[in-house]
Ligand binder design. Structure first.
Ligand code: ACO
Length: 330
């Protein structure tokens, strides 16, 4: 049976670091407030007009180089982001142009925080069906250009960071790779974490008051997000294990979407996992949404936390609400 195997990864974050102290110059906040509620110490922000396709390109170049591959060795691109370069087309197209591989398919995934896991599920299905042999999966976000740096937006502005992660995925037939993926959504919670405008439902889509009413900025019902996240993360991790007749003892590393350190800690506790089995790096990047899992995965690999044969579980929860997991035999 063919399954998708991640053969290499790469990450890229813009150079500019914004510490919590620096954040106090942008919005009325404090290092303590941010640290205590989110665990975040700093994040990276772009410092010029540069899109997610550019960040994704840098991450993809590293992943390709580590696999000793050229862009022309890729058959398909999957790009996960909630902050595309343009309203349309999706960011897979500009990334494909940067890679210089006209003709291959490029698909954008719009499931926000779960974008990388949904993208991995799509890649796995294409590979299992024999449609593609080698897929480039990218998760990237530029949040900083779309946050509201005012008192009204401060509870959200302090959470997010910019960055990209990439994975080269190949067909494997030796049992290594994605064992299963589990994808969920509950659209009743659309308005608990969203950016409403400019949206096509509204006539006219663009209007002068869009900045003043704040509807173009992300809005979050923080308590509702927290409540669902700490339930759905453990549920979807256990679902992945159960589907493969495995237990938490078999897991080498859980890589959760880096939503908020308090969420990760609550999930770790609920599952009774030792903290060293759950990877966290939100402290240095903030919440990078679709990029957070591939950035974390790349760091975990670099740190030697994952070896051949290890069981790794990716898990995510976010806007939609959507939640998802993937069990991977490394
Ligand atoms: N700095 C200082 N004070 C702030 C800030 C800030 N950045 N933001 C809000 N405040 C103030 C508020 O005005 C409020 O003041 P008041 O009590 O005088 O009215 C007080 O702090 C508490 O505000 P809340 O919004 O109620 O903050 P809460 O304590 O609930 O914490 C938080 C907010 C951290 C977002 C929390 O709701 C939470 O952990 N939610 C989980 C959601 C989350 O982390 N999402 C991450 C992104 S989504 C995802 O990836 C799944």
């Amino acid at each position: 049976m063919k399954r998708a195997r991640i053969i290499s990864t790469g990450r890229y974050v813009p150079e500019k670091i914004v510490t919590n102290d620096e954040m106090t110059r942008l919005v009325p906040t404090s290092n303590e407030w941010i640290r205590e509620r989110t665990g975040i110490l700093q994040r990276h922000f772009v410092d010029r007009e540069i899109g997610v396709s550019d960040l994704g390109y840098e991450a993809a170049k590293i992943a390709l180089q580590r696999a000793a591959l050229k862009p022309s060795d890729i058959d398909f691109i999957i790009f996960a982001t909630l902050s595309p370069d343009y309203m349309f087309p999706g960011s897979g197209c500009p990334l494909q142009a940067l890679l210089g591989v006209p003709g291959i398919g490029a698909l954008d995934v719009r499931t926000q925080c779960t974008g990388f896991v949904y993208g991995l599920a799509v890649a796995n299905a294409f590979i299992a069906a024999g449609q593609y042999k080698r897929i480039l999966l990218v998760g990237a976000e530029v949040h900083s250009t779309g946050l509201e740096f005012t008192e009204r937006g401060r509870h959200i502005a302090v959470l997010f960071g910019d960055g990209a992660g990439a994975a080269v995925i190949e067909a494997s037939e030796n049992g290594r790779g994605v064992l299963s993926t589990h994808l969920h959504a509950d659209g009743r919670h659309v308005k608990d974490l969203w950016a409403e405008n400019p949206g096509s439902r509204r006539i006219p889509r663009m209007y002068p008051g869009i900045l003043e009413d704040g509807s173009c900025y992300p809005q979050m019902n923080g308590r509702e997000v927290f409540k669902h996240a700490v339930t759905k993360f453990p549920e979807v991790i256990m679902e992945a294990l159960k589907a493969n007749d495995l237990s938490l003892d078999d897991v080498k590393l859980v890589i959760p979407h880096q939503a908020n350190l308090r969420i990760s800690e609550a999930v770790t506790q609920r599952l009774g996992l030792p903290p060293e089995k759950v990877f966290n790096n939100i402290q240095r990047y903030g919440n990078t949404t679709a990029a957070s899992i591939p950035i974390a995965l790349d760091e975990a690999l670099e740190m030697g936390k994952i070896q051949e044969g290890d069981l790794v579980v990716l898990a995510s929860f976010g806007s939609g609400f959507t939640w998802a997991s993937a069990a991977i035999r490394w």
